[in-house]
Design a protein around this ligand. Structure first.
Ligand code: NAP
Length: 506
């Protein structure tokens, strides 16, 4: 009898848990505070990359649906812009609280559609939530300036005005955090938005929208247009060219970023572009090698290498090269556990889709054909499925290999040897990308010199992780325009208005 009771109670608990989780699994797009179908009624499947099972089907929206969503956001902007900073802060805080409360459910949705291990999804939710918390605070610090005027009886006022409707286009690798990082900031500034998530991961965006709805974000402030890859260009064109849009905020590849930048240019629209990287990870002879290897694991294998700030090129001083490589190989062997993201203990999930899997294996094959040597991995783990690629370590990598010049975006670490600081800098800077960079040294002067001379938007000294809501995140060169996080992240969504107050003596 006791056994039966225990079993019923266990099943009941499971049932309750599943019901609770399902409330964030939305199957429709979100426009004007309502869950809606596309006008065409066409759907597309969202699949789990670990086993290709269909999680659900959702509306495949097109240019018509997008125009409608932009119009809704534009109408709502007329009232949202007049809310007080305090009101916006309060609403953002409520959204943050609900995301915190539903962290586990959000993590389950992220893992289901992106494949990342649950522990990483939980980390992404905490990271994504931190932006909502941060922007709830910064909403109340968007200050203007009063400047002493060169004329008597006049005053110069500079105020910050919201840009209007922001088109938000996000990638699949951090499907929740890339949304809160943008939407938290733009809402704080007084803007409204239309979001287009990736075909691979729209459910995290819809789950975030559901919690925003529950938090009392007024209808029309956040709109989510879901679309298949096939419809992305048509949807993107409206999001960039519609006259009601004031800004295009995009995170994704440099290739697509350039297309959207071109479309935005036609209307002289503001852009915020967070694009691809090709991060160097430089280890000098003075570095603490144990620590550098620990951090290398984070900088390379977090999200299975599918991170814009992921270390792409390991540049190791010749004096410590053998030691670093030996320890890195051992650490990869013991810490990288490949499998479906829902399995306990797994640290590396599948790559998100077949295209990505082919790209990663193609880069490794090209490097090997040109003389690179595989020390670990270097092939698919076919026993797990068609998108599981083994955590890989390559040495003898040369600058003429594609793997050196391209963003790998997968679990492959490539090592090169250098002789001195000047050579390390030259190799590190020999790329059109300029997002993140990492330096390991105990020489303080060297740390400052590297910080100054590395042509990257972000430099981490003796650390492999640098993302947070507080610093200004972003790249230079072909890695993007603008910054996210920090107070600068809010200011991206404002224009400076100059008002001259004259006739003050009359
Ligand atoms: P992507 O192919 O550029 O896609 C990004 C987004 O743009 C997706 O929603 C995609 O939809 C959409 N898209 C594609 N073509 C479009 C078009 N013609 N018009 C409008 N939208 C279009 O990038 P990804 O493969 O998803 O993500 C990986 C890239 O993102 C990497 O290069 C990575 O470095 C970069 N990234 C940068 C940062 C950063 O902060 N700098 C952060 C994360 C990722 P579909 O997916 O449905 O095609």
């Amino acid at each position: 009898m006791d056994l039966l009771r225990t079993s019923i109670s266990k099943n009941y608990k499971l049932y309750i848990t599943q019901c609770r989780r399902m409330h964030l699994l939305k199957k429709q797009a979100y426009i004007n505070g309502q869950w809606v179908q596309s006008q065409s009624k066409v759907l597309f499947p969202v699949t789990n990359p670990a086993n290709d099972s269909v999680i659900t089907e959702i509306p495949d929206m097109d240019a018509h649906d997008t125009k409608h969503a932009v119009q809704v956001a534009a109408n709502t902007f007329q009232t949202w812009r007049d809310t007080t900073a305090k009101e916006r802060s309060r609403i953002l805080r409520k959204w943050f609280d609900l995301c915190e409360k539903n962290s586990e459910d959000l993590a389950q949705v992220i893992t289901a559609e992106s494949g990342k291990p649950l522990s990483e999804s939980r980390g992404e939710v905490a990271y994504g939530n931190s932006f909502l918390e941060w922007f709830a605070d910064t909403a109340r610090h968007i200050n203007g300036e009063i400047i002493p005027s060169p004329w008597p009886n006049k005053q110069i006022l500079l105020t910050r005005q919201p840009l209007g409707v922001v088109s938000v286009i996000t990638p699949w690798n951090f499907p929740f955090a890339m949304i809160t990082r943008k939407v938290g900031a733009l809402m704080a500034a007084g803007c409204t938005c239309v979001i287009k998530p990736s075909e691979d991961t729209p459910l995290s965006a819809l789950a975030a929208a559901e919690l925003a709805h529950q938090a009392g974000v007024p209808k029309g402030v956040i709109n989510v247009v879901t679309a298949s890859r096939k419809n992305a260009p048509a949807v993107g064109q409206v999001m960039c060219e519609d006259h009601s849009v004031g800004c295009i905020s995009f995170t994704g590849s440099t290739h697509v970023g350039k297309i959207l930048y071109g479309l935005a240019a036609k209307g002289v629209k503001r852009v915020a572009l967070e694009l691809g990287g090709n991060a160097p990870f430089i280890v000098f002879a003075s570095a603490d090698i144990e620590h550098a290897v620990d951090q290398a694991m984070l900088a390379k294998f977090r999200n299975n290498g599918q991170a814009c700030i992921g270390a792409n090129r390991f540049l190791i001083h010749e004096d410590v090269y053998d030691k670093f490589v030996k320890e890195f190989k051992a650490r990869i062997g013991s810490k990288c556990i490949l499998g479906p993201g829902t399995k306990e203990g797994v640290t590396c999930g599948p790559l998100v889709n077949l295209e990505q899997a082919k790209k990663v294996s193609g880069l490794v094959d090209d490097a090997v054909s040109k003389g690179a040597k595989v020390l670990a991995g270097g092939k698919f783990a076919t026993e797990l499925g068609n998108k599981f690629y083994e955590s890989t370590l390559l040495i003898n990598v040369k600058p003429d290999m594609n793997i050196f010049t391209e963003e790998i975006f997968g679990p492959v670490a490539t090592c090169l040897k250098f002789k001195n600081e000047a050579e390390a800098l030259k190799i590190a800077n020999s790329t059109r990308s300029g997002l993140a960079s990492y330096v390991f040294t105990k020489d303080l002067g060297q740390a400052f010199r590297m910080s100054q001379k590395l042509e990257f938007g972000m430099v981490a000294i003796n650390d492999g992780i640098l993302s947070a809501a507080e610093p200004a995140f972003g790249g230079i060169k072909e890695s993007g325009i603008g910054r996210e996080g920090s107070l600068h992240g809010v200011e991206e969504y404002t224009d400076i208005k100059y008002t001259l107050m004259s006739g003050l003596d009359k």
